[in-house]
Design a protein around this ligand. Structure first.
Ligand SMILES: [Zn+2]
Length: 219
């Protein structure tokens, strides 16, 4: 076989390294590499540079992208959770955070019906809840009286169910009646906000609540 030029072998080397040469070409290159040190070196370096490192690079890249993907998933889960928590907080605040409706003569009125039942009227736009106590015996001006405390709360948003309920009525006609149980026992009703937990914890007392309360009805 005549001597093949090194340049031709080196042109073929990339294909030879990738093992995409025909059997004849492969044998020819094999033959040449056995006695040509220069091409053998070229082949060795090509095998290392192109072949093995290429695989490493791919796996390294795969590793990075896998880690990055994991991180991205964690980041997006976190942001979704955060968004959900914030939305829930805002929602709760708007719909469930109750604040006390301050007493106003125009807003509240108590009437005693013929059957001795006390009826509480609320003329406001919307409320979230009613807090009231059973009558309790407290000393007022040296006299023991059965007192009941009451207050209304509202939320930032109008309570949807109340609005639904009152949609058909005009604003001025809106009236919430509330039956005070044990009406007969009650000597007086006071409007004041109170926190039963504070009283239980000893941080507040019914006597001090009475001092800041507004008398709205008495026998
Ligand atoms: Zn050669």
């Amino acid at each position: 076989m005549k001597e093949i030029k090194c340049t031709i072998i080196q042109d073929l080397l990339p294909l030879y390294v990738d093992e995409v040469v025909s059997q004849d070409t492969k044998e020819m290159v094999d033959e040449h590499l056995q006695h040509c040190e220069k091409c053998q070196k070229e082949y060795d370096s090509m095998k290392q540079e192109l072949y093995i490192p290429a695989e490493n690079k791919i796996s390294l890249f795969k590793d990075i992208s896998k880690k990055w993907r994991k991180k991205k998933v964690i980041i997006s889960i976190t942001s979704v959770l955060l968004t959900a928590i914030i939305s829930l907080a805002v929602f709760s605040y708007v719909f469930y955070h109750e604040t006390v409706i301050p007493y106003s003569k125009d807003l509240f009125k108590i009437e005693r019906q013929n059957n001795n039942q006390l009826v509480f009227h609320y003329f406001g736009e919307s409320y979230a809840g009613v807090n009231e106590t059973h009558p309790m015996s407290l000393e007022i001006d040296g006299e023991k009286r059965n007192v009941s405390f009451i207050f209304y709360t509202k939320t930032v948003a109008k309570s949807p169910s109340r609005n639904l309920f009152n949609n058909e009525k005009g604003l001025n006609e809106q009236e919430y009646t509330f039956n005070l149980i044990e009406s007969e026992k009650i000597d007086a009703v006071y409007y004041v906000d109170f926190d039963v937990e504070k009283i239980t914890a000893g941080k507040d007392s019914w006597d001090s609540i009475l001092k800041r309360a507004v008398l709205i009805w008495e026998k």
